[in-house]
Ligand binder design. Sequence first.
Ligand SMILES: [Mg+2]
Length: 232
Amino acid sequence: MKLSNQTLLFDADDTLWENYIYFDRAIADFITLLDHKQHSPEEVREHLNQWETATIARMGYGLGSFETALIACFEHLAETRLTDEQHARIRGFAHAIAAQPVELLDGVAETLRDLAARHCLALVTKGVPLEQLDKLERSGLKLLFSTIEVLPRKTPEAYAEMLARHDWPRATCWMIGNSPRSDVQAPLAAGLNVVHIPHRHTWELEHCEIAEPAAPQRLVRLERFAELAALF
Ligand SMILES: [Mg+2]
């Protein structure tokens, strides 16, 4: 039986539209540019993960943070300062991500339109507000959401604060997203229900173990976005 009158909170990147694949391509280009003689591409990737974790802690998520991590990682591994040309190339990798058209994932537009007729839909993403709002504008989905939240981080505390601010009751509130850490573990810890729709490519820094919630709290796993229409 379908649930009625729920508050559905949607992650954006890699839930509604492609995102990580562009970073993956930029990182592959970065590894080619660095052309390291001692470290394998996998080792360079490991180093970059550490630089990304450090820059995210300092600057938050977003393309500026990503570019800073690429530059720091390059200079560390190359043991030299970037030339102007290398600097321009790295900036180009980050800019290429921003210039990507928004590619909606399968079934997203139709399913959201269907759900919006029966439920309250909100977009709950993280990162730099301007970058996320720009993608939402270009996605053509903006009018389907009654609320848009761009959180600096998706922690249990951030979810709890957001629920309190909007007066959204936990029992009828669902977070729907691809990321085990940000969209599943954190909202479960804050008492929300969750639908996990894994994306075939998910950022390593977002992987984590997930404990099953105790009833009545629910965790539902779906393979495809369109399957939401059978649940809600
Ligand atoms: Mg996501």
